[in-house]
Design a protein around this ligand. Structure first.
Ligand SMILES: [Zn+2]
Length: 315
């Protein structure tokens, strides 16, 4: 970790365990085995940023599953019953402690890709952190959204009110004085129409990645002069969708129509079209000879091949 004489700043990224859940393949990819279920991780990540005064700013992206399933609202627990078996340890806090960090003291920022139950984790563990979420997240937590996302599955008090900020809406017309105050301005970068240069030094970008759930965001982090990591959250649940080998599955929505795991399938596919080109080496989306490793949250083979890159290991 460190900056160079060229003023370029790089971050250190480590994978964190966030527990595991069991998903039926047919809900996620086309041409799936109708019976196949897999117990998959919900990956979280620690990003260490070399800030001024030699202080390291530590950011955690996504918190995985809660280790105590009884802390979910009853309606959410009913859904989780269909996602068994789950693995609840190690969770994010366990994994950070295992590498010598105290989640309560040492984590400065938590960014959630979105507030599905298997990403929200246990925010109470991070009592010193500022929480940052995508636009619309707080409204979703308070009100739910439509029949697939009823209010009853969300906890309006999930995030600490005094330590949580929402990124501004992407649409320019919505820019307000309050948005400017946060210094978080959406700008195009790396083939994406809307990104926020989070630390203002080109090391970590929050990427607006709509379609999966309201407020869904990804991170693009620079770990070396020509090496980047793209943390894709739930942009898709199987990297073969990014390569075009598979497509987003559609299934009966219970109301005579079809749905996918994404709140807006067409928008989610537009987002995937922007992420896909990052896989090319060198990626055409960035100037120069840059390589990007794309990691989605539920990628079981990635976890199995990369156990050495979990904290205190690094990418
Ligand atoms: Zn999700």
């Amino acid at each position: 970790m460190g900056s160079t004489g060229d003023d370029e700043v790089y971050v250190t990224v480590s994978a964190l365990e966030g527990g595991q859940l069991t998903l039926p393949e047919r809900l996620f990819i086309t041409d799936a085995d109708p019976e196949k279920r897999a117990t998959v991780p919900s990956l979280s990540f620690l990003i260490q940023h070399p800030s001024q005064d030699r202080k390291t700013t530590r950011l955690v992206f996504d918190l995985g599953l809660k280790r105590d399933l009884t802390k979910y609202p009853p309606a959410q627990q009913a859904h989780i019953a269909n996602r068994q078996p789950t693995i609840l340890h190690p969770d994010c806090a366990d994994c950070l402690r295992g590498g010598g960090l105290d989640p309560a003291k040492d984590i400065d920022i938590v960014i959630l890709s979105h507030v599905h139950w298997d990403h929200e984790g246990t925010p109470e563990d991070f009592s010193n952190a500022q929480f940052v979420v995508g636009s619309g997240t707080l409204h979703l937590l308070a009100n739910g959204a439509g029949s697939h996302y009823p209010k009853a599955i969300f906890n309006p008090d999930l995030l600490p009110r005094d330590r949580t900020s929402e990124l501004p809406p992407v649409s320019k017309s919505a820019t307000t004085a309050a948005d400017k105050q946060t210094k978080h301005e959406w700008k195009p970068f790396a083939g994406f129409p809307a990104t926020v240069d989070f630390f203002g030094d080109g090391s970590v970008y929050v990427v607006d990645s709509p379609g999966h759930l309201f407020g869904h965001v990804n991170l693009l982090a620079r770990i070396a002069p020509q090496k980047w990591v793209y943390l894709g959250g739930d942009c898709c649940h199987d990297p073969r969708i990014l390569t075009g080998e598979k497509d987003v599955a559609l299934y009966d929505d219970g109301h005579g129509g079809l749905r996918s795991v994404h709140v807006d399938t067409d928008v989610a596919k537009e987002t995937l079209k922007r992420i896909g080109p990052l896989l090319k080496s060198p990626t055409p989306a960035l100037e120069g000879h840059n390589e990007v490793e794309v990691i989605v949250a539920h990628d079981k083979p990635w976890r199995e091949k990369n156990l050495h890159r979990f904290f205190p290991g690094k990418l």
